[in-house]
Design a protein around this ligand. Sequence first.
Ligand code: GCO
Ligand code: MN
Ligand code: MN
Length: 382
Amino acid sequence: MYTPKPEDRFTFGLWTVGNRGRDPFGLETRPPLDPVDAVHMLAEIGAWGVNLHDNDLVPIDATPAERDAIVARFKKALADTGLQFVMGTVNLFTDPVFKDGAFTSNVPEIRRYALRKTIEAIDLCHELGGKIFVLWGGREGAEVNAARNPMDAVKRFREAVNYLCEYVLEQGYNIRFALEAKPNEPRGDIYFPSTGAYLALIPTLDHPEMVGVNPEFAHETMAGLQFHHIVAQALEMGKLFHIDLNDQKIGRFDQDLRFASENYKESFFLVKVLEDGGYDGPRHFDAHAYRTEDLEGVKEFAKGCMRSYLILKEKVRQFNEDPEIQQILQEIRANEHEVLTYNSVRPDELVPPGFERTAWGAKGYAYERLDQLLFDLLMGVR
Ligand code: GCO
Ligand code: MN
Ligand code: MN
């Protein structure tokens, strides 16, 4: 029952299972994981797909011939295992050239180089069969705010996304973009700090239909926001093109913990939004194993992400079928939705005859009972 199947659409980035446990204070605790070995491992544990940054596979200084050989070897691993390639992205943060931003850099040549690098990463994504391209502007931010007008940052970022959309259209690629927000880290502050900022940017683009969002559990939680609310908004707006699942304690550095390892209840509501809301995109785990783990531990971590998702999916089913919970929801009319338009109900018809303002104010909503029932259900005593 909790064994992952291809239709669950679970994916991992090469950088997630390949994470070597380095942190700002300590060295790597794990050896490098060859991308081909990562593909075999992911297929073995039941993942559906794999994602990558350009430089997770092809070193930044590879020659064209080296690049082609590396890509061919990777494609063979995909073909041998049946693992899907799902999402591509670009590393615009590791190389020192991007230390003060890529698309938002003050230096025009660096902005051009960032676009060129991204275009090559888009070509790679297309070549591998990927249809989603994530843009995470890790270095698009500031510590010294005197150095850049933040309005220029917005304009430059918009121009870059417009440019990339034109490229995809001209090539005839079947690729859509998903913008990923983060409040800080590695920059002191990052522009477009939350998914809501990107949802507001998208309608100002030249090709808004090609661009959606890639919200990440850890990033919104770092900012003290409730993740599943923003995911619900993106889904409702038709803009949830991709999602980064992991976990995080509030107010900390980006922890990228195993999915559902910290916030059981919020993870439940997230899975509920995705499953009840009909999200049919990939479930990508952008997380990594604790620094204490060896390769066996990395496997446990990856299996755990998928298993926890499936357990919570089963809890969602139980919640939706629980007679007592559903009875309360019916009594509070939680699932009723009347489409109210100005023409269908005129202002003087809004309040129906017999509406009891004081009675509604005095009525108990049974939310204590409802929330306790959810706790019992999640803890397995129901
Ligand atoms: C992070 C980000 C990245 C991005 C990835 C995709 O905080 O490191 O979440 O993992 O998701 O770079 O572009
Ligand atoms: Mn991410
Ligand atoms: Mn992250």
